[in-house]
Design a binder for this molecule. Sequence first.
Ligand code: SF4
Length: 336
Amino acid sequence: MNTRKQAQHKSAPVLQVQNLFKHYTGKNGNRLIAVNDVSFSIDKGEVLGIVGESGCGKSTLGRTVLRLVEATSGKIAYSGQDLATLKGAELKTLRKDAQIVFQDPFGALNPQHTVSRVIAEPLLVHKLGNRKQRLSRVAELLELVGMPTDAGKKYPHEFSGGQRQRIAIARALASKPTFLVCDEAVSALDVSVQSQILNLLMDLRQQLNLAMMFISHDLSVIRHISDRVAVMYLGKFVECAETEQLMNNPMHPYTQALLSAVPHPLAKQQSRIILHGEQPDALNPPTGCVFHTRCHKRNETIDSQCVATVPALQKYTDGHQVACHLHVQSTEQFDL
Ligand code: SF4
């Protein structure tokens, strides 16, 4: 059994999301559906990778589940507690338990504060510990993320991009969260530094039994860290499966196209599938299947269905879920 599976504990989900929608209204009154009827759950110690092209809604999803932006509708629950009902102290406690690491470590760190002050920020906000305890926690966190303890006296600009991301991770872990959203957390880094940060996150997840939502446009990055992967297209989950299952048996044409561009032994080798055209305008999404304007698998038999009917995300063997009329069978629809 691999380390991912060892770390995965079957228990009540840390996060449950049901029928989540996030709409924005444009200047001319047009409605942009950034997150479109998304449902999933993440168990303690589990990493769910969210992959899709830029603009597909994955970052909005990450921010919405943390209530950094308000959902339009749907249910978000942490350890069974409905996020929408939390206010004041309860909401603050949740913010302590659920943290985010952003793509740009420099922009996310206050350049006027020392690294110690930056890392201690969540402890100050949540009034955790006295000064001595906070300093001790900062030293512990610097060690945890592989930084020298004297780094605390310096300023963020004195460090490389990879080191700054380690500092951002230390800050996210300061309040001992149980859930972490990593939003393109390695995308701005060089490839060699990316793998260091990915290894660090995998170690931390193992040590701390952290649940994570790991958001990236890069399937080869997602593959390294995720137990399960959800593929997102124009605000919708079009496929979700255990990582190796998805790599070996991609069912959705969009996933097949993404995978065909990733040379890796885990991925089923096939010739490159070139997606024609751009991702459609989210303000004016296609009818029926949102992928139908670019799909290479549409055929005469199902064409009218693809254009007219939204395919439901359906469950197949081993929890593999896919939303495509090619795979219609009498299966149960996804249910939490
Ligand atoms: Fe392609 Fe039709 Fe499946 Fe959509 S439902 S992915 S258009 S085959």
